[in-house]
Write a protein of this length. Sequence first.
Length: 179
Amino acid sequence: MRDLSSFTLAGYDKGRGRLVQALWFAVMNLVFMAWWCPPRLRVALLRAFGATVGERVLIRHRVRVLWPWKLTVGDHTWIGEGAWLLNLEPVTIGRHVCVSQEALLCTGSHDHRAADFRYRNAPITVEDGAWIAARATVLAGATVGRHAVVGAGAVLHQDLPGLTLLTADGGRRPVEEPA
């Protein structure tokens, strides 16, 4: 039987102390997510809090990042309005990647078989040239291959090979490499 009162954060490392976490939440909610915050400032704020962010990265407003120090983003990548990077574990996004509006990359989960519902987290990797389309979800432990597409509204719970499209109904088909 599940006993949620026995859940603890035992074994989970947030990567920074409470003061830095609180400061990030204040900056994220008051400045980073705001429509008036310039994209260059968003990149600078992520870097200031420990993210590795490449050149010419575009981050739109309403993007949420749980822990910047667990985020790596390659050159020329776009992260669309309202995307949520729920990165309890590292998220690595390659070069020339598009994470579209309201997409969710979630590295956290729970062990539903354990009475204490303990964490079962795992990192996410999005390889160069991939596209996570609008309102798509990539779950803990998945890798999105080079030039693969997680279609609008699709849920990815396992690795997606390069040059493959995952559709919202779970179908997969090959895609051509961009010219």
